[in-house]
Design a protein around this ligand. Structure first.
Ligand code: ATP
Ligand code: MG
Length: 740
C-alpha cells in the first residue's frame, strides 16, 4: 500500500486524527495519495468501504479512482461512494427530498431547462428582455445559489431597482421550480446543505455513515460545496479568543482534501481558492502537507509550466521539480490558418506513430473553446485519423434527445412543467400557442399545476373545440403511458413513447436526411437505457433519468478501446486531472487564449494563466504549442498575435518549426492559393490599395465608398459606407473587396 510513494506522500496516506490538507503542484501525486489513502484505510485501519465518501470532479475521474482502488482492494470497493458532488448530493436528496417538500422522483433541470424556466418567469413578469436578459438572470441566480443566498435574503439585500427585479425573478423562478417538483443543478448542492442545516439528525446520520471524506481538486469547490463538506464532516469546536466555547464540536469525520491553488479554473462558477486559504482557519488542528516532486512531466515541460505560472502575482511560490530528465524540447508551430494548424497536428501524430510508435490514444489536443473542435474533426476525418471529441458534441442537448427525455420525465413526474410544455405539441397534435396560453391562464387562475390545468382544460375560457379535443387526447395518452410505464424497463418505455406518440413514424416517413440521424440519436438513447438496465437490473425510470442528467458534458471521455485507440480532443477545462504522453496546445493566440474577455482584466487574466498551467502540465513527454496566423471567427478572418503565455515560456525551451513571428501578412502573401484552403481572399485576389473616396464592391455587402483607412500592413483597416448596408470596418487583407 505504501510502495511507490515518497516520504511526504506516505505521511499523507497514514496521517490520522485531524483534518488533512494536501496542497501541491500539478502531477505531484495528489490523486495518487487519495487512492492509496483509501486503500490504506480499508486494509490497515479496517475501515468499512461503506464508510468512505470520495469526491472527484468528473464521473470519469470517479471511475478511474474506483478502478484503481478495485485493483488494490478488490470488489469490496463497490460499497464506497466515489463520485462527484452532484451525484453524491443527488443520492442523498433522492432519499430525503420529502423532508424538503419535493417528491423523491423530482426532476433535474439542466442549464437549458433552467434558462427556459427563467425565460417563462421573465415573460410573466413582463420584463423587457433587452433590459433584463433572462440568461443573465439565470447566471446571477446561479451565483446566488453558489453562495448559498436564498431568495428571501436576496430580496432583503437588494438595493437598486435592478437588484430588486432580479431578486423577485429569483423568487418566482424558485416557486415555479418547487411547483414543478424540480431542482436545477445548483439546487442539488444548496438543497443538500439546507437539508443538513434544517435537519441535524439527517446530517448526523450521514456523518456517522461517512467517517472518511476525501475531496480531490479541492481548489475548484465553490462556497456551497465548502459548506456542504463542513456540514458533512461536522463542525470543529469553536472558541472565542478567551477560550470560551461558542459551539460544541461534533464528532467529526476524518477529512482529507487535496488541491492546487494554481489550478483553480472555475472562479467563473464561484469556485474560490479562499476555500484552501480558509481551511486552516476553519480547522485549526488541520495538518498541511506539501508535495514537491512532479512525477508526470519532463523537466522541459515543467520548466515551461513554472515559468508561465510564476507570472501570476497573487500566489505562493512553489518549488516543483522532476527527475524525469529534460526530454525533448517543446515544439512550436505557427500555421497559416486553422486548417493548416489542424493539418500539422494530424501529420505530427502520424509521424510520431511511425517514428516513435506513439499510439493515437496517447495524444490529446486541447483548445480553449468548444467550437474549436470542428476544424480538427474535419481534417482528422479527411486524413483518416481516429479521434473522439470529449464534451463538444452534446448528445444530450440535441432536440430529439431532449424531446424523448422530456416525455420520460413527464411520465416520472407530471408536475414537471418545463418538460410538459416542451412536448405538449411535439409531434404536432394541434395544441397551438393560444391553447397553451389558455391552459397557463387556467393554471394561474385556479392555482393548480399545469398538468392539472390540462386535465381540466374544459374549464379554460375560450378554448376552441378542436384544441380542447387535442388536449384531451394528449392527457389520455400521457395517462395511458404512465399506467404502462409502471412495470416497464426504461428502454421499453422509451420505445413505447416513440411509437404511441407517432414520433418515430414521423421521422421514418420524412425524406429529410437529417431526420435519419435524429432516428439514430433516439436509438442511441434507447441503447443508453438498455446499458443502464444491464448495469442496474433493478433500476427505475427515475434512476435512469438521474444518471442521464448527471452525464455532464465534461464527462463523455472515451475509454481507451485497446489497440491504437483514438486521439482525444477536448477543452482545457475538461483536461483537468488527466495526463497524456503527447499534448497539443492549440490556438495559442491572444484573444483566443487568453480569452478575449480576460484581456485587460487582471483577475481573469490570472485565471486564464492558471488554465494554461493546467494545459501544459497535462503533458508527460512531448508538448506542442501551435497557433494560426489567420483564423476565421464568426465567419470573418481575424488575426491574433501570439498568446502572451507562449512568450512567457523561455525561448530556449521551444524548438520552432516555423518562424515564431510569422504574421498574418506573411502567411497571406506566402500562401500558394492552390495548395491550401484559403479562408480569405479566395480566388487569389490581390489586396487593393485604397484611399478615402474610392468605390469598391464587397462579396457580401455590395457597393460601397471608402470612408477611412487606418493602420499599416496586415493591420490595415478600412471603413466603408455600404449605403443601406451601413458602415463597416474591415481588415483590408482579408475582406473580399475589389476596387472599382
Ligand atoms: P494534478 O494536479 O494534475 O491532478 P496530481 O497531483 O493529482 O496531478 P497524480 O495524477 O496523482 O498527480 O500523479 C501524476 C503522475 O505521477 C501519475 O501518473 C502518478 O501515477 C505518478 N506518481 C505520483 N506519485 C508517484 C510516485 N511516488 N512514484 C511514481 N509515480 C508517481
Ligand atoms: Mg489529480
Amino acid at each position: 500500500m505504501l510502495d511507490g510513494l515518497n516520504p511526504q506522500q506516505r505521511e499523507a496516506v497514514i496521517h490520522h486524527g485531524s483534518p488533512l490538507l494536501i496542497v501541491a503542484g500539478a502531477g505531484s501525486g495528489k490523486t495518487r495519495v487519495l487512492t492509496h489513502r483509501i486503500a490504506y484505510l480499508l486494509a490497515e485501519r479496517k475501515v468499512h468501504p461503506g464508510e468512505i465518501l470520495a469526491i472527484t470532479f468528473t464521473n470519469k475521474a470517479a471511475r478511474e479512482m474506483k478502478d484503481r482502488i478495485d485493483k488494490l482492494v478488490g470488489p469490496r470497493s463497490k460499497a464506497m461512494w466515489v463520485m462527484t458532488f452532484h451525484s453524491a448530493c443527488m443520492r442523498i436528496l433522492r432519499r430525503e427530498a420529502k423532508r424538503l417538500g419535493f417528491p423523491s422522483s423530482f426532476s433535474i433541470y439542466d442549464q437549458a431547462d433552467s434558462q427556459r424556466l427563467m425565460a417563462m418567469v421573465c415573460r410573466e413578469m413582463e420584463l423587457d428582455p433587452k433590459r433584463y436578459p433572462p440568461r443573465s438572470f439565470s447566471a446571477q441566480v446561479s451565483n446566488f445559489k453558489n453562495e448559498l443566498i436564498d431568495y428571501e435574503t436576496a430580496i432583503d439585500k437588494a438595493g437598486s431597482h435592478l437588484e430588486k427585479t432580479l431578486a423577485q425573478a429569483y423568487k418566482a423562478y424558485q416557486l415555479k421550480l418547487t411547483e414543478a417538483g424540480a431542482m436545477d443543478f445548483d439546487d442539488i448542492i444548496m438543497n443538500t446543505v439546507t437539508l443538513f442545516q434544517l435537519f441535524p439528525e439527517v446530517a448526523e446520520h450521514y456523518r456517522m455513515r461517512f467517517r472518511h471524506v476525501l475531496v480531490d481538486e479541492y481548489q475548484d469547490t465553490n462556497h456551497a460545496q465548502y459548506i456542504l463538506i463542513r456540514e458533512l464532516v461536522g463542525h470543529p469546536e469553536l472558541r472565542t479568543a478567551d477560550g470560551d466555547v461558542v459551539r460544541a464540536g461534533a464528532d467529526q469525520s476524518e477529512l482529507c482534501v487535496v488541491g492546487d491553488a494554481d489550478q483553480s479554473i472555475y472562479a467563473f462558477r464561484g469556485a474560490t481558492i479562499r476555500n484552501i486559504l480558509e481551511f486552516e482557519r476553519d480547522y485549526p488542528d488541520a495538518r498541511t502537507i506539501l508535495l514537491e516532486q512532479n512525477y508526470r512531466s519532463t523537466q522541459n515541460i515543467l520548466a515551461a509550466a513554472n515559468a508561465v505560472i510564476s507570472r501570476n502575482e497573487s500566489r505562493k511560490p512553489k518549488n516543483l521539480w522532476s527527475d524525469q530528465g529534460d526530454g525533448p524540447k517543446l515544439v512550436g508551430y505557427v500555421a497559416d490558418n486553422e486548417h493548416d494548424e489542424a493539418m500539422f497536428v494530424a501529420q505530427e501524430v502520424d509521424r510520431l506513430s511511425d517514428e516513435d510508435g506513439v499510439k493515437a490514444s496517447e495524444v490529446a489536443v486541447f483548445y480553449r473553446t468548444n467550437a474549436a473542435s470542428r476544424v480538427f474533426e474535419e481534417i482528422f476525418i479527411r486524413t483518416g485519423l481516429p479521434y473522439k471529441v470529449v464534451g463538444g458534441v452534446r448528445f444530450y442537448e440535441r432536440k430529439e434527445v431532449k424531446d424523448l427525455l422530456a416525455y420520460l420525465r413527464v411520465l416520472a413526474n407530471p408536475a414537471d412543467v418545463v418538460s410538459m410544455r416542451r412536448i405538449l405539441n411535439v409531434p404536432k397534435r394541434g395544441i397551438g400557442e393560444r391553447a397553451e396560453a389558455m391552459i397557463e391562464a387556467l393554471s394561474s387562475r385556479e392555482r393548480i399545476s399545469f398538468w392539472d390545468a390540462l386535465r381540466r382544460a374544459d374549464e379554460a375560457y375560450g378554448m376552441a373545440t378542436r384544441s380542447l379535443n387535442a388536449v384531451r387526447e394528449f392527457v389520455a395518452l400521457i395517462e395511458e403511458l404512465i399506467g404502462k410505464g409502471a412495470g416497464m424497463p426504461p428502454s421499453a418505455l422509451a420505445e413505447e413513447v416513440l411509437v404511441s406518440t407517432g414520433y418515430r413514424a414521423e421521422l421514418e416517413a420524412s425524406e429529410d436526411p437529417q431526420d435519419e440521424s435524429r432516428l439514430e440519436n433516439l436509438n442511441e438513447l434507447i441503447s443508453v437505457a438498455s446499458e443502464f438496465e444491464e448495469a442496474n437490473p433493478e433500476g427505475t425510470l427515475v434512476e435512469f433519468l438521474e444518471q442521464v442528467s448527471l452525464v455532464a458534458d465534461a464527462d463523455q471521455i472515451p475509454d481507451a478501446d485497446g489497440g491504437q485507440g483514438v486521439v482525444t480532443l477536448m477543452t482545457l477545462h475538461t483536461a483537468k486531472g488527466l495526463e497524456f504522453p503527447v499534448v497539443f496546445l492549440t490556438a495559442m493566440e491572444d484573444g483566443v487564449f487568453p480569452h478575449i474577455r480576460s484581456l485587460g482584466e487582471p483577475k481573469e487574466l490570472e485565471e486564464e494563466r492558471r488554465l494554461a498551467y493546467v494545459g501544459i502540465t497535462r503533458a508527460q513527454k512531448r508538448l506542442y504549442i501551435t497557433r494560426a496566423a489567420v483564423r476565421s471567427s464568426w465567419g470573418a478572418p481575424s488575426f491574433n498575435p501570439a498568446s502572451r503565455f507562449v512568450s512567457e515560456v523561455p525561448g530556449q525551451l521551444i524548438d520552432w518549426r516555423t518562424d515564431p513571428e510569422k504574421s498574418a501578412w506573411s502567411a497571406a502573401t506566402a500562401r500558394t492559393p492552390a495548395a491550401r484552403p484559403t479562408p480569405a481572399k479566395s480566388g487569389g485576389r490581390t489586396v487593393p490599395t485604397l484611399t478615402p473616396g474610392d468605390r469598391v464592391t464587397h462579396d457580401a455587402f455590395g457597393l460601397g465608398t471608402v470612408v477611412a483607412v487606418d493602420g499599416v500592413a496586415e493591420k490595415t483597416k478600412v471603413k466603408i459606407d455600404f449605403g443601406s448596408g451601413g458602415e463597416k470596418t474591415l481588415l483590408l487583407a482579408y475582406a473580399p473587396l475589389e476596387k472599382l
